[in-house]
Ligand binder design. Structure first.
Ligand SMILES: Cc1cc2nc3c(=O)[nH]c(=O)nc-3n(C[C@H](O)[C@H](O)[C@H](O)COP(=O)(O)OP(=O)(O)OC[C@H]3O[C@@H](n4cnc5c(N)ncnc54)[C@H](O)[C@@H]3O)c2cc1C
Length: 467
């Protein structure tokens, strides 16, 4: 029987373990924090739960327009303690669910840390395990190892988090009160999501963006639309601004920018990306290739350069999404256990930014089209023209669709809308199943519905084709 040892129990690790157990392998997961890993305990699950509370506040915005007198946003009070307790409770419960699922599948779960040991036994690898709780370290041998150790918030040398006023996104749920004025350093996806959620909760937010717009790696039209919403709701966005130092000042904090400007606030959230958890694993001593960024180098079936050692998830830097981590982990197991497996395909990976409104993307991007990498025709339909959007008072957002110039095959899409994460699926399905804009356009959608705009966009591309 193959003995598989997985270091890290996040989506990459636990999904891999479930696949390997299903294929009757002897599987052990060694995880330092708890089943579900950082995804469930610190990052994705807590942030989306926090955002769910901010969505409740958002529902009270502009109620008078609908003839509902609720007292408006100013009457809403957010109980930070209750919100944070709910976040932690849900994360813990999710972790326990995953732990129970692993045990039921026959996976051995060890609480502790592991590193590569020595390659002493021919085709067998040896790991050093440091169990939690102070028991003596020991070794385990494995025919296959999966490194799934994830990533940790990146820190700036002159912005050390203290857990009270200067915070990483993993520390905000320990605050007794919401900040009065939060400075978010970093306007990537994580910075934008938290800036959006705090703004919705009625907190003053200053977003420090090192580029000329927020979310510089996302579709420019979408990022601009969301930036406009942020500004209209009162967020201060400092563009082309780099934080040099973040320090405590009196009862609050101040962020000193590289141009010398001082930005005062009550709290600062540092959201400047993540670094892979790959130091201390003994990778280079073992001969496993690691990029200059610290990410483990893998191919599309999650193999490293060392036979029998695979890596998956955020420690590989392929695409930092839970869905991709899980698929990389599963592929690693299918491959190592001799199952037929298709290499990882990123073409139909949908991604969502959970701002208000949300931003969902899939497939070919505007920059692919603009650079000539993918020849495509496109249409962008503002949601303001959609009947359901009008009824719901939605003025911001759009559906953008890309298709091949001659065949009309759908190749990509961008949606900015509330719950764009749910609306992107028809475009993903179209790409995955090689549907044309004609086929999408002939699908009868519910009237009135926001998804009607997806079919309408397809119809416009049809018209364009024949016109
Ligand atoms: C704020 C935030 C929000 C996010 N929201 C989303 C989202 O909405 N949707 C989405 O798809 N993705 C989201 N992501 C990304 C997602 O969280 C990651 O892609 C996902 O966690 C990667 O899973 P993983 O298994 O690679 O690693 P992780 O989830 O990081 O798990 C790795 C685990 O390995 C453990 N570990 C590390 N070293 C060792 C060792 N030596 N021994 C034992 N254990 C070890 C770590 O403690 C950790 O628990 C978000 C990320 C952040 C930061």
């Amino acid at each position: 029987m193959s003995r598989i040892v997985i270091i890290g129990g996040g989506p990459a690790g636990y999904e891999a373990a479930l696949v390997a157990a299903q294929l009757d392998a002897d599987v052990t997961v060694i995880e330092s924090e708890g089943a579900g890993g950082a995804c469930v305990l610190h990052d994705c699950v807590p942030s989306k739960t926090f955002i769910a509370s901010s969505d409740v506040v958002t529902a009270y915005r502009d109620t008078e327009e609908f003839g509902v007198n609720s007292g408006g946003l100013s009457a809403v009070r957010v109980d930070a303690g209750a919100v944070h307790r709910r976040v932690k409770r849900l994360a813990q419960a999710q972790s326990m669910d995953i732990q129970a699922k692993l045990i039921k599948a026959g996976v051995t779960v060890i609480a502790g840390t592991a590193r590569l040991g020595e390659d002493t036994l021919g085709h067998t690898h040896r790991l050093m395990v440091n169990p939690a709780g102070g028991d003596a370290p020991y070794t385990i041998d494995a025919s296959t190892i999966l490194i799934a150790t994830g990533a940790t918030p990146r820190l700036l040398p002159d912005a050390q988090p203290d857990g009270e006023r200067i915070l990483t996104w993993r520390q905000i749920y320990d605050l007794p009160e919401l900040p009065e004025h939060l400075i978010v350093v970093g306007s990537g996806v994580t910075g934008a999501e938290f800036a959006s959620a705090y703004l919705a909760m009625g907190i003053g937010v200053t977003l420090v963006s090192s580029r000329d717009r927020v979310m510089p790696h996302e579709d420019a039209d979408a990022a601009m639309a969301i930036e406009q919403v942020f500004r209209a709701r009162g967020m201060t966005i400092l563009a082309n601004a780099r934080a040099a130092v973040v320090r405590r000042a009196g009862d609050g904090v101040e962020v000193e920018l590289t141009d010398g400007q001082i930005v005062p606030g009550s709290h600062a959230l540092i959201a400047v990306g993540s670094v892979p958890n790959t130091s201390g694993l003994g990778l280079s001593e073992y001969g496993v290739s690691v990029a200059a960024s610290g990410h483990v180098t893998v191919d599309r079936v999650s193999r490293t350069n060392v036979p029998g050692i695979y890596a998956a998830g955020d420690c590989t830097g392929v695409l930092p999404l839970a869905s991709v981590a899980a698929m990389q982990g599963r592929i690693a197991m299918w491959h190592s256990l001799g199952e037929a497996v298709a290499p990882l395909r990123l073409r139909t990976v949908a991604a969502n930014v959970f701002t208000d409104p949300e931003l969902a993307t899939v497939g070919t991007s505007q920059s692919d089209v603009d650079s000539g990498k993918v020849p495509a025709r496109q249409v962008m339909l503002p949601l303001a023209g959609n009947a359901r959007a009008k009824m719901a008072g939605l003025r911001d957002g759009f559906v953008k669709l890309f298709c091949r110039p001659a065949s009309g095959l759908v190749v990509g899409g961008v949606i900015v809308a509330p719950k764009a994460s749910e609306l992107i699926l028809p475009i993903s399905l179209a790409i995955e199943n090689h549907l044309t804009v004609d086929q999408v356009a002939h699908t009868i959608t519910i009237y009135p519905s926001l998804s009607g705009s997806v079919a309408e966009a397809a119809r416009q591309l049809m018209l364009h084709e024949t016109g």
